[in-house]
Design a protein around this ligand. Structure first.
Ligand SMILES: [Zn+2]
Length: 325
């Protein structure tokens, strides 16, 4: 009988038994509804019952925004391992390694490039699953690289923050990433390229206090928490009850901190439209009539006559605006 129990039975069991993963159903954190994983994926991780936008990882995000879900990620440098030899309940080195094993990433940011609505774009996406998306030197490095890539490609820079703020285990070095990232996005602006921030749940602390609030355009996902200090901390400090919906995307929209609150299903189209407007200043339709060469543009200064070096005299033969024959 031993050979039956030891050899035959496991084989039959292996044939009959089907693996049932334990993550087929997800519970909505807002309304408690159980949602089948395939429905959730189809619905872009938005609860079909209450419309709550669940947190998503960087890969889902990238697939969602780039054309046909196609993009290329860039290699990011490994962050300096525990520069301050920091230790709380655990050593920072151990925390970092755990997060790296769990996520398969060097740090809490993924940088990718591709096109959105046919317009080139570079996206830097936070991974909240990596130590709460906290910003240390690794994230600083990643954002600087993203900005440089956008500059090289003449592309728009998009950032999707989802972060608890600065990484306290890196102390002053994490705070130094605030001016560093601000300088990086400033270069993008100097080049005249668009910098668009898509605020997702949650955007807090040092990330809010630096580049995340400096976008040319701020979009936000519905219901996202966006703020610097937490609501409870503020309430305890000022000893006052805060209004309903405080620090939520909709509240920030009402108070002029956010340009639009966009549902996840509309995000790609909205981004495509914005990028087309900002980076494609030529008309999308065919031009049917050529502009008349002799039409004077009112208010336009005549071409410089005093410029002795100029060899192009075409402009001089025209009647300057404002003078009549
Ligand atoms: Zn729900």
């Amino acid at each position: 009988m031993n050979w039956i129990t030891n050899s035959v039975l496991p084989k039959i069991q292996a044939l009959v038994r089907r693996e049932v993963p334990d993550n087929l159903w997800h519970k909505c954190v807002a309304c408690g509804q159980m949602i089948f994983h395939r429905d959730l994926e189809q619905n872009l991780h938005v609860c079909p019952e209450c419309g709550h936008h669940l947190r998503i990882g960087p890969i889902e995000r990238l697939k969602m925004v780039f054309d046909e879900g196609k993009y290329d990620t860039i290699q990011l440098p490994k962050p300096a391992l525990d520069p301050l030899k920091f230790r709380d309940q655990k050593r920072y080195t151990d925390r970092l390694r755990e997060a790296q094993t769990k996520t398969g990433r060097n740090d809490a940011m993924v940088v990718a490039h591709g096109t959105i609505g046919g317009v080139p774009a570079v996206a830097a996406v936070f991974d909240f699953g990596f130590m709460g998306g906290s910003m240390g030197t690794g994230v600083g490095d990643a954002l600087v690289r993203a900005a440089k890539l956008a500059e090289t490609q003449n592309a728009a820079l998009l950032v999707f923050p989802s972060s608890g703020g600065a990484r306290m285990q890196e102390g002053i070095l994490s705070l130094m990433q605030m001016p560093r990232t601000v300088a990086a996005v400033d270069r993008i602006k100097e080049r005249g390229l668009p910098f668009i921030v898509i605020l997702t749940d949650p955007t807090t602390g040092g990330v809010t206090a630096s580049f995340a609030m400096l976008g040319d355009i701020h979009l936000a996902e519905p219901g996202s928490i966006i703020g610097f200090a937490g609501q409870r901390v503020i309430q305890e400090t000022i000893r006052e009850q805060l209004p309903d919906g405080f620090q939520r995307a909709e509240y920030l929209l009402e108070h002029g901190m956010v340009d639009a609150v966009v549902h996840r299903k509309d995000l790609k189209a909205t981004l495509g439209r914005i990028l087309a407007l900002l980076l494609r200043p030529r008309p999308t339709a065919q031009i049917v009539a050529l502009p008349q060469p002799d039409v004077e543009i009112p208010g336009k200064a005549p071409a410089t006559k005093d410029d002795g070096k100029s060899t192009n005299h075409v402009a001089d033969t025209r009647t300057p605006a404002g003078e009549s024959d």
